[in-house]
Design a protein around this ligand. Sequence first.
Ligand code: WT7
Length: 658
Amino acid sequence: MSAIESVLVENRVFPPPAAFTAQANVKPADFEAMKAKAERDHAGFWADLARENLIWSKPFTKSLDDSNAPFFKWFSDGELNASYNCLDRHLNTPVADKTAIIFEADGGDVTKVTYRDLYKRVCRFANGLKSLGYKKGDRAIIYLPMSIEAVVAMQACARIGMTHSVVFGGFSAKSLQERIVDVGATLVIAADEQMRGGKAIPLKPAVDEAYGMGGCDAVRHTIVYKRTGGNVAYGAKDIDWAKVEAGQADDCPAEMVNAEHPLFVLYTSGSTGKPKGVQHSTGGYLLHAMLTMKWTFDIKPNDVFWCTADVGWVTGHTYVTYGPLAVGATEIIFEGVPTFPNAGRFWDMIQKHKCTVFYTAPTAIRSLIKAADTTPDVAPGKYDLSSLRLLGSVGEPINPEAWMWYYKHIGSERCPIVDTFWQTETGGHMITPLPGVTPLVPGSCTQALPGIAAAIVDETANDVPNGSGGILVIKKPWPSMIRTIWGDPERFKKSYFPDELKGYYLAGDGAVRDAVHGNFRITGRIDDVLNVSGHRLGTMEIESALVANPLVAEAAVVGRPDETTGEAVSAFVVLKGARPADKESAAKIAKELRDWVGKEIGPIAKPKDIRFGDNLPKTRSGKIMRRLLRAIAKGEEITQDVSTLENPAILEQLKQSL
Ligand code: WT7
């Protein structure tokens, strides 16, 4: 029954409402014309958009430079500044006195800033950074909660040409230290504590702990934003955020940089134990952030846009810090969590702030579906959500059931849903419906944007026909693409432009296009990367963390499907000593290892299940058979041939051991 139902659901098509199309920034004819133009003249298509949308202090003469592929450059003899393009450009327009940010704190306090206020705050902070000796080319690590200050810090770095690298507040001291060292930071901007769900969680102590791990001597200051004023220790490097701003001028001329100047480096998981520092440009990146605000989110002057992603992830960079400001939108920034003080928080905020365009992750939707059943008094039906006109989803495939719930209960069957496929590396949306153009199919991210040459190929780069699965690639470079892995150009080439793929960009996902419309559906990662609650985690990173524990001899980590988080982390562990003798001791060691992973990487990486065995299933050559572990993690019967295993009996032991 459920199989038939889900087939039926997936075949449902929702054409764009005529009224939406009539007012849309991109109408079907525009879409066709843009696609045709991009196909005729790829570099020219992007160059025209870059001239129309960005303000250049020095206009570029060359669009795409592919002379050193795959290290592509765009607009590379042009100069501009990202913060100028987000703030100064609005100063002599009606946007200047419009609300830029509506900030709602965890506890419910609301603070609003206009574009003019935000400009002044960014300038004062940027002047403060300059007076501390920071300048173009230096790198800052930012470890701040969702706040106006996080935007100010990022924009101020961009303003003086510093490259920022934001570390999500949920990452551990160890992860923070690795990033400080890898990016060569000379400045860390952190908060004393962050507020989440009514609780204060320390951040500043993690910075000190990171310094204590060594390798951070290049850092000259920790600027501390006192969010709670909590009792945290201060040392010689520390300087209060308020002091940095104090007495500084309200104007700070933006430092113009080359279009290729690294605006930021953002670390993400790959298939090795070491996170990759994804390096983005200034011009190409900002162009795509702006265009997708207009195309995908159909942004108009009166919109109130809300992207719920944290600035620690790429979604928060493109659709909180840069995109909404560059187009002069009003946006909501939320400090807290969707379930505090109750599961109606999102709906209450949409109602209160009259949010029109709402962008969140499937994992949040799924947890709120559950909550709507258990706490019906704060279900979405209890709120006035009529301000909404467009919904978005990002980070992982949205299952058709969750899509339908979102469509019905949040969008009242009135709002299109844009299921946006993209990655840290792509800078912005790649494959997504356009709300006035594309017929929606639940569970499908539908069609590539104009100028994005997405395709599905086999292992040797041949196109596969619609209906057959394959590897998702992007056949031509695009302006907002990753430029390199910070400090590791070889790894960049190997990860994204492997020789077999003949110059195509390898996304790392499997995909299939349907036979009728050629709509894309993402089937999941093809590498050892998991997607837990829309967050990317490398199985190798978690394995390295586990084996670093003195109790552990060997570990293997796989993903298994999870109703709420999409995927869950499942670990198989061989201890140095004997396998735990009973349930209690197994539970005790499992807890110790979970906490250990939390400290090594961050709470999001903690394994949900841990199984202990005397060994792991291996081939005679010693290779761990992960597909068997995946079957055990899922609770499936093992139907594969296990005759090549060195130790088939281990499978039964592992199955029994949870
Ligand atoms: C991976 C990228 C995109 C910003 C947030 C995550 C998965 C992302 C979708 C979608 C199916 C999706 C892919 C991708 N993913 N969006 N709409 N449908 N899968 O960025 O951490 O770099 O992760 O997230 O597997 O490769 P990220």
